[in-house]
Design a protein around this ligand. Structure first.
Ligand SMILES: NC(=O)c1ccc[n+]([C@@H]2O[C@H](COP(=O)([O-])OP(=O)(O)OC[C@H]3O[C@@H](n4cnc5c(N)ncnc54)[C@H](O)[C@@H]3O)[C@@H](O)[C@H]2O)c1
Length: 376
């Protein structure tokens, strides 16, 4: 065993673990990735070998029983998120989990409460709040750059599933409605901008309204390889009201032309405005533009170096750049170098509750008072 401050077990050795999670942990000198867990022994072994991790197992309970493991990272598919996170918190481990922890906000809130009562840290895979441009914008907002916030707009729109013959990973994880439309894009893709909306607007949400659409009616299902009717939300629009004098709009879609991730967030206030784009274009994965009421033409700002992980630049691939910051921040929180927890399971419950409220607004064709929706 090494003398690193934290030892981590990564549960789920799929593409996202390879691209974002494991490189992020290994970039932090305080951390050792001590075990890889995957139901498929060949996958677990291959990924462990690739990253020089000594131990590969198939049952996550083995790493929960190991007192030398401090953190469980749940990078498996959605079905495993809640079960593994809950068991890890019961076993006294800090937990990083991909979103959603649970599709029902009440269950995510229950997991947040368990973590709090066991004095454990949690973090959700809200990748985009850790983009250097987003963190820098938040500091500008806190320093008063926009003044009193008025309007937030959040878009997560890309076209990665505009072609019906591209199998949709989410469709395997989402109930496919043949009658009523099933929630898909707003949960899988809207969640990051909903997270940033709550964080930047800084005010409790009061009411929501909106609607979902199914633009591409049939798609190839990965498990069968056949075209199937899929009545899923592949595009949606929402309006939100808050206790303070601020309002927000959210749009998400994966059939709208543009590159991944396709995030744009804007905050307009009494003094100025910031626009951050996280869209990979011509080798650059992020930009921040700002304007003030006295200089209304938006200009691009340089992101100070302190917002980047060691060696990072805006030309790096976004999964490793943003995820390295997420993990660095989580390690800071666990070892006590960051005063408060950001993007934790409590925030995950708020985001999931918002998605649950949006869904209810669509189903009932009316404004929903946020207090009507459980999960706080
Ligand atoms: N935050 C983001 O920006 C972002 C981006 C991509 C993916 N994701 C999320 O990351 C997760 C993984 O995505 P992926 O593309 O790597 O999926 P994947 O299907 O490629 O890999 C998942 C792996 O988990 C393993 N697994 C499933 N259940 C398990 C269990 N109970 N114990 C151990 N291993 C288990 C599978 O065998 C598989 O190898 C998903 O929830 C996905 O939604 C998040």
């Amino acid at each position: 065993m090494s003398n690193k401050e934290l030892r981590v077990a990564v549960v789920g050795a799929g593409k996202w673990a390879e691209r974002a999670h494991i490189p992020g942990w290994q970039r932090d000198p305080r951390v050792e990735v001590a075990a890889i867990v995957d139901l498929d022994p060949a996958v677990g072994k291959e990924v462990a070998d690739q990253f020089g991790v000594a131990r590969a197992v198939t049952d996550y309970r083995e790493v929960l029983d190991d007192p030398t493991i401090d953190v469980i990272d749940v990078a498996a598919g959605n079905d495993a998120h809640f079960e593994v996170s809950w068991a890890a918190l019961e076993a006294g481990k800090h937990v990083l989990c991909e979103k959603p922890v649970h599709r029902d906000a009440r269950e995510t809130a229950r997991a947040a409460a368990l973590a709090k009562s066991n004095n454990l840290k949690t973090k959700l895979g809200f990748t985009f709040r850790y983009a250097p441009a987003i963190q820098y914008a938040k500091d500008l907002i806190d320093a008063g750059f926009v003044g009193e916030p008025y309007v937030f707009n959040g878009y997560e729109q890309n076209s990665q599933w505009i072609d019906p013959t591209t199998p949709l990973r989410q469709a395997e994880q989402t109930p496919i409605g043949d009658g009523d439309i099933a929630v898909s894009s707003i949960e899988g893709y809207g969640a990051p901008v909903i997270d940033i909306m709550h964080w930047w607007s800084g005010s409790p949400m009061t009411n929501v309204v909106g609607t979902m659409r199914n633009f591409v009616p049939s798609r190839v299902l990965r498990s069968t390889g056949k075209m199937e009717r899929m009545n899923i939300d592949d595009g949606d629009m929402w309006i939100c009201e808050f206790e303070d004098n601020v309002m927000a709009s959210i749009q998400s879609s994966y059939v709208t032309v543009g590159n991944y991730p396709g995030i744009e967030v804007r905050l307009y206030g009494s003094e100025g405005a910031v626009i951050v784009r996280l869209v990979e274009e011509f080798g650059i994965c992020q930009t921040i533009k700002t304007a003030t009421k006295n200089a209304v033409e938006f200009v691009e700002s340089e992101i100070p170096e302190k917002y980047f992980p060691v060696g990072g630049t805006s030309r790096e691939e976004w999964p490793s750049l943003f995820y390295s910051n997420l993990i660095r921040n989580f390690v800071d929180e666990i070892v006590g170098e960051a005063p408060e927890s950001q993007g934790d399971f409590a925030q995950g419950a708020l985001v999931q509750r918002t998605i649950n409220a949006f869904e209810r607004s669509h189903r009932e064709r009316r404004w929903i008072n946020f207090n009507e929706v459980e999960g706080a």
